[in-house]
Design a binder for this molecule. Structure first.
Ligand code: TNX
Length: 546
């Protein structure tokens, strides 16, 4: 069996390379199984898209295809409820529960006379639609009509499904606020890459960005900072501030609207509320939640890890439960991310309350106090039928029983958590930190540090370092964009793409079949799609391969 798989993989690699040399096969992420053929399906003014009444859930997908073609080609494709199976010049889109490709998979057969897209769910059909759009000329992504294009798709057969269920990007809107319209664009770009999770980092030391009705000061006070550090926060750099007030937050109405939008693109938004650390913005609003309630806490104006954190008092737990209750009501996601990272223990060490609590609970030290904190929060979240995700520090002092661990400090946290039979999401700094430099730092805009060119991002296999028995705990992967040095949407796009395209391929393609050369060739055409979508991606890959 192993030998067979090996031969299959080799054949796969050869085929994918071959196909990619032909511009018509620039699929990203590349499908799990692909067979090319001869000839083309020609789309013209008479082409019909068929969705029967029983599959009415697929209508929005048919309409999206028709509307993309209408915008770019002016062709007016009709979406109709029936046609004989032998009808020509027809695109059939239908549900088929017996496909065997899971909830997100689809089968696509492009013939000269007709196209058939089948999936077990609308989500599968949505990914099939992304593939159809990528098989069509790149101009189908144009927001305006494009002349002199032959609107064809190459004959091919595809059976496709993702490797991982969690295929995400994390966007930090706490350090720099991103407008709601841009968050929607980011969701579009996730969907284009068949990614399905937006991890929304909504709170941190430098800003609280989600309206909580019960605690209005969180946004009245916590969403604004007096000024922002310019340049690098390391002690070795001059510490200069811009002297300008900075702020922003999302109302609950805006959040509902964004969640609904994401649902239409099959993107789940996982909200993150940071605790017990990265909490200074909340403490500035409600100082009674800190270990020194009389302290004049201020929303952070520089980056890094801050000394002040939530104090594990009953007042704090009530506050956090109230906040999480409102958050869980806004986000249908089964998961809530509760942070858990970089919580310095100094404030707890100095606090008599914390020291007594440690004794009372029979805990060994402040690390076990952090574990106590997270476990209590987990219990509450579980009682509401949801689950927590935490950064890998939640392993400290004993991981909460049902937690999913997001492995960021390298891969070891994830590997360890999986050994303890916890689900994990791999997002290591070494491969997936999108705030790191992607080219020569001397030629790049200021970034947090590190060096992470797309070749390295692409080369990572998320199962590296896991033993056979642990691999099944890998839920998936995620690129993280922290925004200390990313003040605008344009800069978010620059840092995210095309590295996120490489992550999307690792999230989707079967293990062992990726090939960077092949990817780079397909990427060249894919970047033209991003041009049409007005994405300010980094052009480095084009320069180095020109
Ligand atoms: C570490 S990754 C952090 C963030 C910073 C990031 C910068 C993680 C869980 N915490 O607070 O923004 O480094 O790369």
């Amino acid at each position: 069996m192993k030998k067979l798989l090996f031969v299959f993989s080799l054949a796969f690699i050869c085929c994918t390379s071959l196909y990619a040399q032909d511009n018509s096969y620039n699929l990203v992420p590349f499908p799990a199984q692909f067979n090319g053929g001869d000839g083309q399906f020609v789309v013209n003014g008479q082409t019909k898209i068929i969705v029967t009444a029983k599959d009415a859930l697929l209508k929005p997908i048919a309409q999206s295809l028709a509307s993309a073609l209408k915008t770019a080609s002016k062709l007016n494709l009709v979406v109709a409820p029936a046609a004989p199976p032998t009808a020509t010049n027809t695109i059939f889109i239908r549900l088929n529960k017996a496909l065997g490709l899971g909830n997100e998979g689809y089968k696509l057969v492009v013939g000269k006379e007709r196209v058939i897209l089948e999936s077990a769910t609308p989500q599968g059909a949505f990914y099939g639609l992304q593939t159809i759009l990528q098989l069509l000329p790149t101009a189908v992504f144009s927001p305006m009509p494009v002349e002199n294009v032959a609107w064809t798709m190459p004959v091919c057969q595809i059976q496709d499904k993702p490797r991982f269920v969690h295929r995400g990007l994390m966007l930090d809107v706490a350090r720099h606020f991103m407008p709601a319209s841009f968050v929607k664009k980011y969701i579009d770009l996730l969907a284009l890459h068949k990614m399905n999770v937006l991890h929304w980092h909504l709170t941190d030391d430098q800003g609280w960005r989600i309206e909580i009705k019960k605690y209005p000061k969180l946004t009245q006070v916590g969403s604004k900072r007096k000024e922002t550090l310019v340049g690098h926060y390391s002690e070795n750099y001059p510490q200069k501030y811009d002297g300008k007030e900075y702020g922003g937050f999302y109302t609950q109405a805006e959040i509902k609207d964004i969640v609904k939008y994401a649902q239409s693109k099959y993107v789940t938004i996982i909200p993150e509320i940071e605790l017990p650390g990265h909490a200074t913005a909340a403490l500035a609003a409600y100082p009674e939640l800190g270990c020194e309630p009389s302290k004049n806490y201020q929303v952070g104006t520089k980056w890094g890890v801050m000394y002040d954190v939530f104090c594990p008092t009953e007042k704090t737990f009530t506050f956090l439960q109230d906040v999480l209750t409102e958050v869980m009501a806004l986000f249908p996601s089964k998961y809530v991310h509760i942070g858990g990272d970089e919580c310095p223990k100094d404030a707890w060490k100095k606090s008599t309350f914390c020291q007594e609590l440690i004794k009372k609970q029979g805990l060994k030290d402040e690390h076990e106090l952090q574990s106590y904190f997270i476990k209590r929060i987990e219990k509450f979240v579980n009682s509401k039928g949801k689950s927590i995700i935490g950064w890998d520090e939640i392993l400290e002092g004993g991981v909460a029983p049902n937690a999913t661990v997001m492995s960021w400090r390298g891969t070891s946290g994830g590997i360890e958590a999986a050994k303890q039979k916890h689900n994990v999401i791999m997002t290591p700094t070494t491969y997936y930190y999108l705030d790191y430099y992607q080219g020569n730092p001397a030629k790049e805009p200021l970034a947090i540090g590190g060096y992470l060119p797309i070749e390295k991002v692409y080369g990572y296999d998320p199962a590296d370092g896991f033993d056979e028995a642990s691999k099944k705990y890998i839920l998936g992967v995620q690129g993280n964009l922290w925004t200390e040095y990313v003040p605008t949407p344009e800069q978010v796009e620059y840092m995210t793409f095309p590295r996120a395209t490489a992550i999307a391929e690792s999230a989707w393609m079967p293990s062992g079949v990726k090939n960077f050369e092949d990817f780079a060739m397909r990427l060249k055409e894919h970047l033209k799609r991003l041009d049409y979508l007005k994405v300010n991606y980094s052009k480095r890959i084009l320069d180095i391969r020109a």
